[in-house]
Design a protein around this ligand. Structure first.
Ligand SMILES: NC(=O)c1ccc[n+]([C@@H]2O[C@H](COP(=O)([O-])OP(=O)(O)OC[C@H]3O[C@@H](n4cnc5c(N)ncnc54)[C@H](OP(=O)(O)O)[C@@H]3O)[C@@H](O)[C@H]2O)c1
Length: 270
């Protein structure tokens, strides 16, 4: 296994999300709102994050939009992700227009169905997502918290796979069959809550962290990146944002990656 990552623009490696270069590490904004969210996004951009992850459900799109308006960075350098809550089935276009207005954007880089509507694939929504992409309102479309079966159902009905599936993904969730299923379908696996979902005191992580002279959090982020899993990580603090971003430069040995894989408690195929 090659665990080294080639740097992309700004030193952050990218994945191909439906033809869009998606930074492999992104800044999560939940549960921040208002001025705190605006300040945090501006700080994140200033320390080097280029992907900002929000959602209609977070009620912070306008606060994120204020940061996007205030930054000196050109829009083309930014990667803006938001998500449609499934209770908006039937109101997809209106939800998208509201997200774009709140974010102050002409287009989204990535629009996700936040979770499967009622546990179903959400084919009618997916058709609207495809249409929005064809019209240029969104560059890439994807899903979140979807199983392989639900993704296949979308593809069977529309011929279009999601570019991205954002799921909770830390060492405890590691499931090579699921990761391989995403890879074979050309779906970028994107991790949310990589730190929050992890037992950071696990002796395996503590030992590896000690040997690299890094924190267990750094190791978890680097482990995801070594697997080419995109990570979305949140902190309200500049020093932690910097610290988390620095995981991009940390290459773990294949043996250490394998040891962390072994912490998986995933028992059933998703
Ligand atoms: N698609 C979905 O269904 C879904 C679900 C959940 C989350 N998400 C997205 O994924 C993002 C990240 O997930 P998450 O926020 O749940 O979890 P996370 O990023 O794994 O962890 C965030 C927590 O870790 C703390 N933290 C972060 N870096 C730290 C560091 N270096 N040292 C010490 N503490 C640190 C943060 O506290 P401080 O802020 O105080 O530093 C916060 O309490 C969210 O913000 C959201 O954008 C998506």
């Amino acid at each position: 296994m090659d665990t080294t990552l080639p740097p992309g623009a700004d030193g952050v490696p990218t994945a191909d999300a439906g033809g869009r270069a998606m930074p492999l590490i992104g800044f999560g904004t939940h549960p921040m709102r208002g001025d705190q969210a605006t300040e945090a996004v501006l700080t994140a951009l200033s320390v080097g994050y280029r992907l900002v992850d929000t959602a209609t459900r977070y009620r912070n799109e306008a606060a994120v939009g204020a940061a996007l308006a205030a930054t000196d960075l050109p829009r083309s350098d930014l990667f803006v992700t938001t998500k449609m809550p499934p209770d908006q089935v039937g109101r997809e276009r209106l939800t998208l227009e509201r997200s774009l207005a709140a974010l102050g954007c002409d287009y989204l880089d990535l629009w996700l169905i936040h979770w499967p509507p009622g546990g179903y694939p959400g084919v009618t929504s997916w058709r609207e997502f495809v249409r929005a992409r064809e019209e240029g309102l969104v560059r890439a479309i994807g899903v979140s918290n979807y199983s392989v079966a639900l993704i296949d159902a979308l593809h069977e009905e529309t011929g279009v796979y999601p570019a991205v599936n954002q799921v909770q993904w830390g060492p405890g969730d590691h499931d090579p069959d699921f990761a391989e299923a995403m890879r074979r379908r050309g779906v970028v696996l994107s991790a949310h809550s990589p730190l929050r979902s992890t037992d950071l005191d696990h002796p395996v992580l503590v030992d590896i962290a000690r040997r690299y002279d890094r924190s267990a959090r750094d190791i978890v982020l680097a482990w995801n990146l070594c697997h080419r899993v995109a990570v979305t990580v949140k902190s309200a603090h500049r020093d932690r944002m910097e610290r988390n971003l620095s995981a991009v430069g940390l290459t773990l040995s294949p043996a250490d990656v394998e040891a962390i894989d072994g912490l998986s408690t995933a028992v059933t195929a998703r």
